[in-house]
Design a protein around this ligand. Structure first.
Ligand SMILES: Nc1nc2c(c(=O)[nH]1)N[C@H]1C(S)=C(S)[C@@H](COP(=O)(O)O)O[C@H]1N2
Ligand SMILES: [Mo]
Length: 310
């Protein structure tokens, strides 16, 4: 079963130099492959991505290391242990890659990832990511507002929700053979959540293209919601009139609601949400409402009972 308590958190000291070395090699290999295929200028041969600094950054918190960010992952398509994705993501092919955007819109389109990257303003954004398993990280993402992508297809007034679908390919993703979830992984947002400037599509982190285990080549990041809302390796986005089903909600509706806003007052049946452990730290931190983004997003939920709409 997904999101089960893990046997123990990985401490930085337990990460073997070999794993770190392999990960760096994968990053470099990914960049070199793209350059060889003529998809990136040589300056980006090592997967470097230019991005402007953003005004949306968490203040006063230390970044997690690249090693922590790439070796403590949930990506069930590649296994359910935190270090499985780093071990198994070598089979994920991130080029060529397209994202289909369709549904309640005037201009449904299929975007080639490299063309899309030229259309959108890339920014570096330091965000907290908090998993419902009560751990968190601070990650320097590179991405662009999801709204920029949705605007390209001209949503109609019938677009009330957005559904995100991850790649599901058995030949690339060994985890699909285990029936943990009803694949493909899907997630959803209400349209106003999706259009909020804090909701981004991430294509990189730490100045480079996304490592495969973090959802390459393109994933959603919604920093005020639990990590599972941020679907990885997205191939399809649909604008819908009605609320979509989501993979975790289908798997365990009493544990994972549609909204899944970080809320210290509403416990998950198996984990208290009042505190969290920052990966790499020993003492627990207090969890903040909306993961600390309440000033920006609380207004989206005015008048809603967030105990009911968890
Ligand atoms: N396709 C897909 N997306 C996914 C997941 C997954 O298993 N499959 N796990 C989610 C969960 S539970 C979390 S906490 C975040 C973790 O993102 P990270 O590994 O980049 O920190 O990815 C989310 N996106
Ligand atoms: Mo998670």
């Amino acid at each position: 079963m997904p999101h089960l308590p893990q046997s123990g958190d990985i401490l930085p000291s337990e990460i073997t130099p070999e794993a770190v070395y392999l990960n760096r090699r994968q990053l470099i290999a990914a960049g070199a492959g793209l350059a060889a295929a003529g998809l990136l200028p040589t300056a980006q041969a090592a997967g470097e991505l230019a991005a402007k600094p953003s005004r949306y950054n968490v203040g006063g918190e230390e970044k997690n290391s690249l090693e922590q960010i790439t070796h403590y992952n949930n990506y069930y398509e590649f296994g359910t242990d935190k270090d499985d994705p780093a071990k198994n993501v070598g089979t994920l092919k991130t080029r060529p890659w397209t994202v289909r955007v369709e549904g309640a819109c005037e201009k449904p389109q299929t975007f080639d990832i490299d063309k899309l990257l030229k259309l959108v303003p890339l920014e570096e954004r330091l965000y907290r990511l908090r998993c419902v398993e009560a751990w968190s990280m601070v990650i320097p993402w590179i991405g662009f507002p999801l709204s920029e992508l949705l605007k390209q297809v001209a949503p109609t007034s019938k677009a009330k929700y957005v559904e995100f679908t991850s790649l599901a390919d058995k030949s690339q993703m060994p985890g699909l053979l285990a029936g943990v979830l009803d694949w493909p992984y899907t997630e959803g947002l209400r349209i106003d959540e999706a259009m909020h400037p804090l909701a981004i599509m991430a294509v990189g982190l730490y100045g480079k293209v996304l490592p495969n285990q973090n959802g390459a080549p393109i994933r959603l990041v919604v920093p005020w919601k639990y990590g599972f809302k941020s679907a990885k390796s997205i191939v399809k986005i649909r604008l819908l009139e009605t609320q979509p089903a989501t993979a975790w909600n289908k798997a365990a509706p009493n544990e994972y609601g549609f909204y899944s806003n970080v809320n210290p007052e509403v416990d998950h049946p198996r984990w208290s949400q009042a505190t969290e452990r920052r990966i790499g730290e020993f003492l627990r931190r207090k969890t903040l409402p909306f993961n600390g983004y309440g000033n920006e997003v609380a207004g989206l939920y005015k008048g809603m009972d967030l105990k009911k709409f968890y």
